[in-house]
Write a protein that binds this ligand. Sequence first.
Ligand SMILES: [Zn+2]
Ligand SMILES: [Zn+2]
Length: 203
Amino acid sequence: MASEGSFGTHPTYWLSQANEELVMLKDFNNDLEIVGQALSTSTNMDGQEITSEAELLAFAEKVKFPSHALILKNCDVAPKNIVKGITCETQLKERYADMLRSEQRVFVQTDMRAMHNPTRQLIIQEATQDLIDKVKCTCPKCNTPGFSIVRSIPGLPCAVCSTPTRSILRKEKECQKCGYIETVEFPNGKEVESPQFCDFCNP
Ligand SMILES: [Zn+2]
Ligand SMILES: [Zn+2]
C-alpha cells in the first residue's frame, strides 16, 4: 500500500482550494497497480504571517484548531526555525512567544500531515473506498481485479446544434492484464448536452 496527498487550486473550480488523495495497492502476484482517488474542496489548508497573539488565535479558530494541528515558523524562503504538530493552545502561545525572541517575522500554517488533519483523513477514507470498489471490479474476460475506468472521452453533442461539447460522451474501462476494453456510453445518463455548455450556441 502507498498513499499520497496534494493540495492546491481545484482543477475545475479555480477559486476553490482542493485536496486530492491517492491510495495505491500494488498486487505483486498479478503485477498490477490499482489506485483509489478522491478530490475534495473540503480542506483547511491556509497560512499567513502573524504580528500578534490575537491574530494567531483568530487564525487558529478559523482553521479548526485544536482538532487540526498548526505549524509555526520564521518567515523565510527556507525557514530554519519550525515547530510542527502543535495541538494545544498553551503550547501554541508558548511556542509563539519562544519564536518572537529570535525571529523578526513569524508565519503560521495548517499542519497538513494526515495524522494531524481529520479533514484530510476523511478524504483518504473516500480514496480508500474508491480503491476497494475498484479491487472488487473484475475483468469480465480474465477475472483480474481492478477493472475500472481509465479514459473519459468528451464530445457529448449539443441538444440544439449537435456540435460536440466538452462534456463526457463515453468512458472506457480497461483490464491491466489482458487489455480487454469495455465502453460505457453516456456515463452521466444523458445523450445530449444543454446548449449552455455549447461553444457554438453559447460561446
Ligand atoms: Zn449548440
Ligand atoms: Zn482481463
